[in-house]
Design a protein around this ligand. Sequence first.
Ligand code: SF4
Ligand code: SF4
Length: 361
Amino acid sequence: MLNGKMSLRSRHVPGGLYFGPPAWDAPVWPARDIADGSPPAELPTTSASLRELLLRLKLTSHDLWTPALIDQLTSPTIRDVVLNLIAPQPESILPRVLSEFEMPRLVAGLNLVRRCVSAVKTRLAVPREEAELRYQWRGAAKANQFTIHPLINRYPLGHPSILLRALLGLKLQPGASPADVGVVLLDPMTCWILGCWIEFGTLPQWRPVELFTHNATPRVIAANIGQSLAHILSDAGIIYQNRQCIINGMMAGELVDPEKTVLEPSIRMISIRPVPIAEDPVDCIRCGWCVSACPVGLNPAGLMAQVRVIDSLPAISAREASACIDCGLCSYVCPSRLPLTVTINALKATVGQDHQSGVSA
Ligand code: SF4
Ligand code: SF4
C-alpha cells in the first residue's frame, strides 16, 4: 500500500480554473505480483496486429477520459503518438505515481504503440508545474527520442479535444477520435498494461486506484479488478456507510453504491465524502462565470435558458451543446447552483433524437 501526502491549490482566473501541482510524497510502490509468465514470443508490429492483440487481451477502455486505444487504430495514417500525462482530474496523481514506479513498463508500452502505428513523432504531454514528473521522463525521452511538452495545467486539459488544441493546434470535432486528425492519444494505464504484457506475458489482475476521503491522507492502493468497492474501502480502513461514493473524480465522476459496484479496469479513483446538504438552485444572476469557465467556449447560461422553452428550442443550440465535454466546470462555478451540466447533457441527447425523428437540423 502506498501512502502519501497531497495538497491542491486552485485559483480562478479569467478563462477558467487553474490548478497548482499536487504535492506527493510516495515512499514505496505497493509490491504486488503479476502472475508469472514468459514474455510473449512475438510482439505486434503493425496497427492491425496491435488491434488484434488488444481485442485478444480484452484491453479496451482502461481510462474513461482518453479514448480507448483500440478505437483509435481504425485510422490508416497516424503521424503522432502522444502519451497523455496530464491528470484527467485536478486531484489525480496517478500519472506521476506510475511514472515514478513503473517507468520501464510505461516506456515499453509506448514504444510498442509507436512502432505499430509507424508514428513520425512521439510526444509526452506533461503539466508544466510538475517539475519532478518532467525530470523523471528526461532520461527515457532522450534515450527513446520522445519529446516532452510542458503545458500549463488548465483543467480539463487532459480531455482529448482540449489537449490536442493546446499541444498541436488541432481542432477535434465533437465525438471525433484523435486518430481522425492523425494522432493517437495514449493514457498511462494502457501503456502500463501493454508494458506488463511485454515483460510478463500476462495482464495484471489488479490496478492502482487513488483513494480520497475527508480527514485522511490521499493514497494510491493496488486493488483487485472484480472486487467490490465496499471490500476495497473496508480493507483500506475507510468508512463509506452513510457517505457518498464517487468514482473517477469529484468534478465529473459518477455517484455509485460501493456495495453494488465492483472495480472495473476503468475505475482509477474512488472518493468518499459526507452527503452534502443540498442547496436549492435560484435564478441565474447573469454573472457570466459559467461562460468564462467553459473550456470549449459555450454559453451554458444561454443554453440552459433555452432548455426552459424547449418547445421552441432551435436545433442549432442542440448542436452547439454537442461540443460540451462534460467537464462540470460550469456547474462548479455557478453561484446560483443551477444544474447546468446535466441540463446541457439532456440537450445533447436531443441531437440524436432529432436525427431519428427527421427533424431538420
Ligand atoms: S460541462 Fe460543458 S458547458 Fe459546462 S463548462 Fe464543461 S464543456 Fe462547458
Ligand atoms: S454562472 Fe450561473 S448564475 Fe452565473 S451566468 Fe452562469 S448560470 Fe447564470
